[in-house]
Design a protein around this ligand. Structure first.
Ligand code: DON
Length: 566
């Protein structure tokens, strides 16, 4: 006799429980996707641009284009069409992770000694101001690459919010005004930049509306023609003419020959979490892997704050020394990534660390190094399919080279200063470098930008920040805070400390350390330099894969930043 399933009185009594179980199972299964999307960026108008494109059917990669383009308009101090970027992507459908390398390249006529004067000293003005300081931009090519390979929407859709912002205008915010107070004098050397970004030659007040119709026009050309819209034709003509007339060395062939590189991310693990982060030509991923490998056996979460800072500073010191010697564009220099990120190598470095005394950086045999940084920009986002983007975009120093080619509306970067202009001579961040990062035609200059994913069994973090060479240590502190169980509002607000080998000191934000902690670190032999200003501008998002919950955090140090979850 056949047995059929028929509800008995007993099974009917169980029914609500079974339905409950089924609901729980299906909610757990559906939690494989985020319940909401999150976008966190340095400017509320860029965050809103990302959500607008998501609401119009775009995925995370379309949203990344929208945020990148909007930041290029509303935050000209930090990034732009005249600059470069790294976009770290996670595509949920096939778990594909890749870094889109839109870093600037040296023009073909660039050469190793191009910033040295007759005495062999670096001419700092040429290295950071004006068109000779600018590398061939990668920002526009990166957006086109994202649209063609990862997005769902045409560029005409994903660039729409930025075109609107450039046409209708946006209000000057505190960051625009404050960073312009340092750069207005240099901007005034070039009429097109003065016209576009100053008002009657002066720093515009907070709230003043800036319109950038020439950027709107360039974005429209990119929307219509893709790569050609920027690197050939009208825009390329204006760029090459403007640059050459002002003493620069760009050619049409430099622009037409620019290529995006897809790079395999650095992968490492720490306390059960998988890290996916920026590979060369960024130094960030390698340095973070090296630092985590060194500190892992110390179980730093269990140490008292002074010991924890001491151990971290000792690991930072060693990783930054290696950065100055071994890191550069991997297409030009054989960066020993596998060695530097290996646990055996870290064990060797760890062997020289003492818990009761700071190491003298000079005893490690090396060179001088030091950072600063109030510029560049970062955003983090996640869509409801679980696609993620962490992107750090830059024109290098605030307002880049301060130079604008007439008719373009955007500033050129001064990223050439991220090369080592002379072996052992510091750049704007005090960073040193040697042949690995020497200037060569078509080479990418070494970066510290470190867009990062941290993947745990339960939770996933997407983070990054600007801040010159301090980017690496900020991302490190942020991800350690995540691994300690905290959310993005905590990572982005954390007080920051930093060590970068040379100068041999722990830098600290104004209120990061108590007087007792400073005294204890000094007793260990550290020099502690409490800075007058805070640094960085971190924006992160977190997804709980089990509950589906999504959170965002935007650095409280600059008020225009915004994290929106919806
Ligand atoms: O790529 C780099 O490492 C630098 N150009 C980043 C500059 C930066 O973060 C400036 N801001 N704070």
């Amino acid at each position: 006799m056949k047995r059929h399933f028929a509800p008995t009185a007993k099974s009917i009594a169980w029914m609500p429980f079974l339905i409950g179980l089924l609901c729980l199972w299906s909610s757990l299964a559906s939690a494989e996707k985020p319940a909401k999307a999150a976008v966190a960026s340095a400017h509320y108008l860029a965050t809103e641009a990302g959500h607008e494109v998501l609401a119009n059917g775009g995925n995370a990669f379309d949203a990344a284009i929208a945020v990148s383009a909007a930041l290029a308009v509303v935050e000209p101090a930090s990034s732009g069409l005249g600059g470069g970027a790294f976009w770290l992507l996670h595509r949920a459908a096939d778990d594909h992770q890749v870094m889109i390398d839109g870093r600037e390249t040296a023009p073909a006529a660039a050469h190793r000694d191009m910033y040295l004067n007759e005495n062999g000293e670096v001419n700092r003005d040429l290295a950071v101001n004006g068109p000779l300081a600018a590398g061939i931009p990668g920002h526009a090519a990166g957006m086109v690459h994202l649209a063609q390979n990862y997005g769902r929407l045409p560029l005409s859709e994903s660039l729409k919010p930025a075109i609107r912002l450039a046409t209708e205008g946006f209000p000057v915010d505190e960051k625009y005004h404050s960073l312009m107070s340092f750069r207005a004098e240099t901007i005034r050397r070039w009429p097109a930049a003065t016209e576009a970004l100053l008002v009657d030659g002066e720093n515009p007040p907070v709230g003043h509306i800036i319109k950038l119709p020439d950027i709107a026009n360039t974005l429209r050309l990119i929307a219509e023609q893709g790569f050609e819209g920027f690197y050939k034709g009208e825009t390329a003509d204006k760029l090459v003419k403007g640059v050459q007339e002002a003493g620069g060395i760009w050619t049409h062939a430099d622009l037409a020959g620019y290529t995006i590189k897809e790079r395999e991310p650095i992968r490492t693990s720490y306390q059960g979490y998988e890290l996916v982060t920026a590979p060369p030509p960024s130094s960030g991923g390698v340095a973070i892997a090296e630092i985590l490998n060194i500190v892992e056996p110390y179980k730093i979460s269990d140490l008292d704050p002074v010991k924890r800072i001491h151990v971290l500073a000792e690991a930072m010191r060693r990783a930054y020394r290696d950065r100055s010697i071994y890191l550069g564009d991997p297409d030009f220099f054989d960066v020993p990534v596998r060695l530097l990120t290996s646990r055996d190598y870290a064990a060797g470095l760890r062997a020289s660390i003492r818990l009761d005394r700071a190491t003298d950086s000079n005893s490690l045999a090396g060179f001088e190094d030091s950072p600063k940084g109030t510029d560049t920009t970062h955003f983090s986002l996640i869509d409801t399919d679980g696609n993620m983007v962490a992107a750090t975009l830059t024109v290098n120093l605030p307002y880049g080279a301060a130079f604008m080619a007439p008719g373009t509306g955007f500033l050129l970067n001064n990223e050439m200063d991220d090369f080592s202009a002379k072996a052992g001579a510091p750049n704007a961040y005090g960073l040193l470098g040697y042949s690995a990062n020497a200037i060569e035609p078509h080479k990418r200059m070494l970066s510290s930008m470190t867009p990062t994913f941290v993947l745990g069994e339960e939770k996933v973090a997407v983070l990054g920040t600007p801040g010159g060479s301090r980017i690496i240590t900020m991302v490190l502190l942020g991800l350690l805070d995540f691994i300690d169980g905290n959310g993005p509002v905590s990572w982005v607000s954390l007080p920051r400390i930093h060590h970068q080998y040379q100068p041999d000191q722990i830098s600290a934000e104004p209120d990061a350390l108590t007087a007792d902690q400073i005294a204890a670190l000094e007793a260990l032999g550290h020099t502690v330099n409490v800075r007058e200003r805070t640094w960085g501008n971190m924006h992160g998002v977190m997804w709980n894969r089990q509950t589906g919950e999504v959170e965002g955090g935007s650095d409280p140090r600059w008020p225009s930043g915004r994290a929106i979850v919806k």
